[in-house]
Design a binder for this molecule. Structure first.
Ligand SMILES: [Zn+2]
Length: 221
């Protein structure tokens, strides 16, 4: 009996740890083949927050993103992401002295081409997009504007790991990539910022496919 209770308690704990993994399934339109110029998750900020069709080179709603607030998180909080539940955050400034500037530059690059406006709020505000540094070295994550309950808890979290920035340029490219996810872009295997792997660090900024994708979601400036 004691063992059964132990197993039940253990499985409850595991279920708890996997709590937000279900949110990954909501992004499945961009799983599988990534051989296209862009992929749309089917979530956006502003009008048509949850849209279809989505997927590889889908034609998005091209509707306004409106005012999207953002803030840097400097308090020690506990946040959840995918299979990592209640993980400790560090101050965003742990990432390095150019990190804020490069995030702002990345946001500006999207703002220059797509119909959306970013507004920075004071540190630790519960903004639409919140930038965190997590106290582990796992992959970086950018969450879309999930509409569904449970996943909406982690909507707009952009999480960087605690590894030191190797260069301000590389962090700018990484920020473009993670913000791309938060705005609704999935991975592709073509030479774009939304490509996985290291090739993208040789780019100066958004590539043709990224631009096509973001305009497909939000329309042109
Ligand atoms: Zn990615």
């Amino acid at each position: 009996m004691k063992y059964i209770i132990y197993i039940l308690a253990l499985s409850a704990l595991i279920a708890c740890d996997n709590k937000y993994e279900a949110c990954n399934d909501l992004l499945s339109p961009c799983a599988g083949s990534q051989d296209g110029e862009y992929c749309l998750f089917g979530y956006k900020w502003g009008e048509d927050a949850d849209f279809a069709p989505n997927g590889l080179e889908a034609i998005g709603p091209a509707s306004a993103g409106g005012l999207i607030t953002y803030s840097f998180q400097t308090d020690n909080r506990k946040i959840s992401i995918h299979n990592r539940h209640k993980q400790k955050t560090l101050s965003f400034d742990e990432k390095g002295s150019c990190a804020r500037t490069e995030v702002r530059n990345a946001l500006q690059e999207y703002e220059a081409i797509a119909n959306l406006t970013f507004i920075e709020q004071e540190d630790n505000a519960l903004s639409d997009i919140q930038f965190f540094v997590l106290n582990d070295d796992k992959p970086n994550v950018g969450n879309v504007n999930f509409q569904d309950e449970l996943c909406s808890d982690i909507s707009g979290y952009v999480i960087f790991n605690n590894k030191h920035i190797t260069s301000c340029h590389n962090f700018f490219i990484l920020a473009l990539h993670e913000v791309g996810h938060a705005l609704g872009l999935g991975h592709v295997s073509t030479p774009n910022i939304m490509k996985t792997g290291g090739d993208k660090y040789s780019f100066d900024g958004l590539q043709a496919g990224d631009i096509q994708g973001i305009i497909s979601i939000y329309g042109e400036k």
